[in-house]
Design a binder for this molecule. Structure first.
Ligand code: SAH
Length: 465
């Protein structure tokens, strides 16, 4: 982050604006709207700027800029056509440690003006740190369309009732929940529809019984295979409502970052054979935190109910009557298949697919291998990297041909995705040579043949089969 967005209170503050043309006028309009006491320095100013200053009680110092013009200013903006003048303003202001902005010259700025979507008192700022004004405009248009004009009214309504609600619900976490339900629920709808009195009456009624807000809850969320865009909307929404987030190694940092800034994050990661927090302690922790009335999110890689021990985690909650929800996620097999162009089923190649654990609890790879011999079934091995030699050997021993195509998909759906293809006969040597990074998934079956024609992602990293 090159620039930290903060919101400045400029009411009554002196601001120096150097320049009197169109660009300066735009900035003057903005600064005046924020209540600044504006002083403009320029040899000439346009009529609009002159009127703005007259209406807002600002001043115009006619003439060239000099250091003395800074005076009592707490913020300096330069918008002149002369690079030399702009640079001088930048130097003088930064020498006095004053925040300074030279319009359209990011390297001469200690602060920048974000693009603003205004639904006063609600303001949304968008900035690319000066890198792409076009992208910012595009985003701004999207946000404009997404945020109804009446949201400003909703913000004001909430502002007026803050004190009342705080008194009724002194603890922070249930109060936040109350507000979430209020702005998203019937009260919010009433206010957006302009029926504020009714909204207020309903809110007051809801404040009478807030016992449900003090109940802890656990959400077991599928975070998907790595690409943050593959989370569901529901998972995102619940994640943002969490007081506490428990996550492990497979969950991308960008996803953990979607939690609220003030949410507590607890890493309970499990690297293979290195259990940071033993499973029963995780189960117990979920129970304890929820019993304290917290909203706890347990983020799981992929889908919580596919090799995720999600079932074990909620068993204890169910026994203790703690409310929970399980939200599905895109499992690694789905992501690896789609991103590598290997359909898991296909009318010509595979009529079923089987998800198999590549190694078991005790570290062995023990299966009823003769179940896996059907050529028209795709096999997907999770956690199969270490067991790969055993998997390839056993499959061949139990009826799969040695030239059965196989693919290893490394870090599926991330920018580091790599697909290594071979056959049951060659895969062990290829993988030995290529040294893939975890997590990896192994897909076995005729469908792997489609990879060459259907892959579009990570192709250049492919191992030449
Ligand atoms: N619940 C998870 C699976 C957890 S088991 C899910 O539904 O995806 C962990 C195994 O998942 C890893 O050993 C690996 O085999 C697989 N895996 C998870 N994410 C992966 C990814 N991005 N690419 C390849 N394999 C992945």
């Amino acid at each position: 982050m090159d620039f930290l967005p903060v919101s400045l209170r400029l009411t009554g503050a002196r601001v120096l604006l150097v320049g009197g043309g169109q660009v300066a006028t735009r900035k003057a309009r903005l600064l005046i709207r924020a209540g600044a006491l504006l002083s403009v320095v320029a040899p000439a100013i346009n009529a609009e700027l002159e009127k703005l200053l007259a209406d807002a009680g600002g001043t115009w110092q006619r003439g060239e800029y000099s250091e003395d013009c800074i005076g009592e200013a707490v913020l300096v903006v330069a918008a002149t056509p002369s690079r030399a003048v702009n640079e001088r303003v930048y130097r003088d202001a930064s020498a006095r440690r004053l925040p300074v902005n030279v319009v359209d010259e990011p390297e001469l700025c200690t602060f920048i003006f974000p693009s603003i979507i205004e639904r006063s008192p609600l303001t949304i700022a968008v900035s690319s740190g000066g890198n792409s004004p076009v992208l910012v405009r595009l985003l701004r248009r999207k946000i404009e369309a997404m945020v109804p004009a009446a949201y400003g009214r909703l913000a004001l309504f909430a502002g007026r009732l803050r004190g009342l609600v705080k008194e009724a619900i002194p603890e922070e976490s249930p109060r936040r929940l109350f507000w979430e339900q209020t702005v998203e629920g019937a009260v919010g709808e009433l206010v957006l529809a302009g029926k504020e009195a009714q909204g207020r009456a309903l809110l007051t009624e809801q404040l009478r019984d807030t016992s449900a807000l003090h109940r802890g809850e656990v959400y077991l969320l599928g975070a998907g295979p790595g690409d943050p865009d593959l989370m569901t909307f529901k998972a995102q929404r619940l994640l943002q409502s969490a007081d506490i987030v428990l996550y492990d190694r497979l969950v991308a940092p960008a996803i953990v970052d979607m939690a609220r800034r003030d949410a507590r994050r607890i890493y309970v990661g499990k690297a293979r054979a290195d259990h940071a927090v033993p499973q029963d302690q995780i189960n117990q922790l979920l129970l304890t935190l929820a019993s304290e009335g917290k909203r706890v999110v347990r983020l799981k890689g992929g889908d919580p109910f596919i090799f995720g021990r999600g079932g074990e985690e909620i068993e204890l909650l169910a026994e203790n009557g703690i409310p929970f929800q399980v939200i599905p996620g895109i499992t690694a097999a789905s992501a690896a298949a789609c991103y590598a162009g290997i359909p898991l089923t296909h009318r010509d190649y595979a009529r079923s697919v089987r998800f198999v654990a590549g190694h078991l609890k005790d570290g062995t790879v023990d299966h009823n291998w003769s179940d896996f011999q059907s050529e028209s079934e795709t096999l997907v091995f999770y956690m199969g990297l270490v067991g790969l030699p055993v998997i390839c050997e056993q499959l061949q021993k139990h009826g799969r041909r040695s030239d059965t195509p196989a693919a290893l998909v490394e870090r599926a759906s991330t920018p580091e995705q790599r697909v290594i293809t071979g056959t049951l006969g060659t895969m062990v040597d290829i993988v030995q040579r290529e040294q893939p990074h975890a997590p990896t998934l192994i897909i076995v079956g005729e469908v792997v043949r489609l990879h060459e024609t259907l892959a579009w992602f990570g192709q250049e990293n492919d191992h030449p089969a």
